[in-house]
Design a protein around this ligand. Structure first.
Ligand SMILES: [Zn+2]
Length: 221
């Protein structure tokens, strides 16, 4: 069982991240989202099925094989457990995951268009490549979860995926970094859509993205 202090710390970080995402207006208009944070090799904290007015004590502890060990999940959250546990399993360094339907990023998901990396914040917050699209599968289904796993295995450095006809899934070392990347991705999607009206977004100069990628690799190693 995860340490109580670690649990409380992660829970506070998740609540803060959720509040920050509402304040930044990047959450789904419905308020639908789910956030999680890894506790140890075998378990993570997961939002119970709502995120508005979230309190640390509302978070459930779930094992990587989907068993609820403490707290309660509404059926809506029980369905998406595998979406989170798959990412934790494939990416041992991932400490937090956020899923929501940020409107501009969801436009790319609906259009089945990868979101290019063409803004400074996206580079800075760790997505120095396009955000790939995972083929559609019913929410939380085996097809959907397998699709996420396949894309993550192929795209070993992406920190986010678009879920076709659905929304966005972002992951990072901790809740704050993951939330910052989500904001950067939504801003990039908005900028891409706005730029389309004035001739279209333009790539970084040749070599710029590769240079940042190399710098990120140096810091990570
Ligand atoms: Zn969703």
């Amino acid at each position: 069982m995860a340490d109580v202090q670690v649990r409380n710390e992660r829970a506070d970080q998740l609540v803060e991240a959720a509040e920050g995402l509402f304040a930044a207006e990047v959450m789904s208009h419905s308020g639908h989202a789910n956030l999680s944070a890894r506790l140890d090799d075998d378990s993570f904290l997961l939002t119970p099925g709502f995120v508005r007015g979230l309190r640390p004590e509302n978070l459930a502890t779930v094992s990587l094989d989907g068993q609820v060990r403490a707290g309660q999940l509404q059926s809506v959250s029980a369905e998406i457990t595998a979406m989170h546990s798959t990412v934790y399993r494939i990416r041992p360094q991932v400490g937090a995951i956020i899923h929501t339907h940020s409107p501009a990023a969801t436009a790319f998901a609906v259009a089945h268009r990868p979101l290019p990396c063409r803004t400074e914040p996206m580079l800075r917050f760790g997505q120095a490549e396009d955000v790939p699209v995972v083929p559609w599968g019913p929410r939380g289904s085996d097809v959907s979860v397998r699709g996420i796993a396949e894309v993550l295995e192929r795209r070993t450095t992406t920190a986010a995926v678009l879920l076709a006809n659905h929304g966005l899934l972002v992951f990072g070392p901790d809740p704050a970094a993951t939330a910052h990347l989500l904001v950067a991705i939504e801003e990039s999607a908005e900028a891409e859509l706005a730029a389309a009206a004035i001739g279209g977004a333009v790539d970084f100069p040749e070599g710029a993205v590769e240079a940042v990628r190399a710098a990120i690799a140096r810091v990570a190693s």
